[in-house]
Design a protein around this ligand. Sequence first.
Ligand code: AMP
Ligand code: GLY
Length: 422
Amino acid sequence: MKLLVVGGGGREHAVIKKLKQNPEVTEIFALPGNGGISADASCINISAKDIPAIQAFAVENRIDYAVVTPDDPLVLGCVDALEAAGIPCFGPRADAAIIEGSKVFSKNLMKKYNIPTARFETFSSAEDALRYAEDAPLPMVIKADGLALGKGVIIADSREEARRAISDMMQFGKFGKSGEHVVIEEYLEGPEVSVLAFTDGKTLIPMVSSMDHKRALDGDEGLNTGGMGVVAPNPYYTKEIAERCMEEIFLPTIRAMNAEGRRFKGCLYFGLMITKNEPKVIEYNCRFGDPEAQVVLPLLESDLLTVMRAVTEEHLADTEVRFSDKHACCVILASKGYPEHYEKGFPLEIPESVQDKVYVAGAAVRDGRLVTNGGRVVGCTAIAETLSEAVRNAYKIADQVRFENKFCRRDIGAKAMAAKEA
Ligand code: AMP
Ligand code: GLY
């Protein structure tokens, strides 16, 4: 089978390494992939947002099955375009990907179908939003409606910050069209849990829960990033909470999307906050999380391609999806300065002995050598019987990967370990 994977980060590397385990797979193309992924797939220089070019490539190369993982192509209708060309795909169509593509849509969906989430108001005029922000309780959370590379959420502690965030989004076009509408919502407190789930629109099978570390620096200080590390499972996601999530959030979401005529098929990501023992939705993503995929997929014991095809063909109910009950930790190695300014182009050395545990996010091949080419450079994942051993081993792998200006958080998993002990 010839496969195509759209995207080119650590998440896509994790997906590709897992797909390769299926003996039927003869070739995998990554569009665009990256220098590190080229060890495992044929990387083709086509942007993940260039839907017509992706469609033409898939047809010309007689692709048997495609996996679309990043938010942009999903929201832009990449799955629709590939399906129209007769190519079966893993991933939601555009009409369902809107669950991530528009926060106004997802918040209204939750309100209409009584799915627990932070209280909110939506705005399409800056004047109305500014007026509302004068009286709303602080801190308040201001969110751009559309995709904004994870930067469209501002937690405003003061009225001044709230005013600035609203003006930046709605008057100065900081996030382009994504900021034309905003959601202002109540600030929630509690531990965050990420749960990814396979769903064919009828059956929903949650994957192992995980805990992302979004801030750049130790102790959850510094700027928000795409994610600096992740552990799985998440100790806050108890059996009791999991059962409540299934009944109050996961299944109602699938039913709501069906009722709206927007069947969701693919990986649905629930960003949850456990507030005073009550799980609430912080956000939906229409795809695997990154770096969450870099711990969850290595823990998957079933064949990924078989599960994905069952989603596409809508027979997930009779497909086994089994996860290991071990622990996983992924430490992200970034370029110093990320998520702001950083240098790239430094030689990147990944010793042979750790290559199967390293997912490459930002690298290029220059003059036959691997060099750094992004903010997040690699993810180092270890699996072990205990969380503390997984954390220790992930850092051992991280220490063996070499490049100039290498930077990582040193406390990935610390919060989870403290929660386990408490
Ligand atoms: P989002 O892109 O919606 O996931 O938001 C990014 C991050 O902002 C989340 O992971 C949370 O840490 C934080 N956040 C979002 N909404 C809220 C909220 N209502 N209360 C507190 N924190 C929030
Ligand atoms: N790690 C968060 C995300 O993928 O959106």
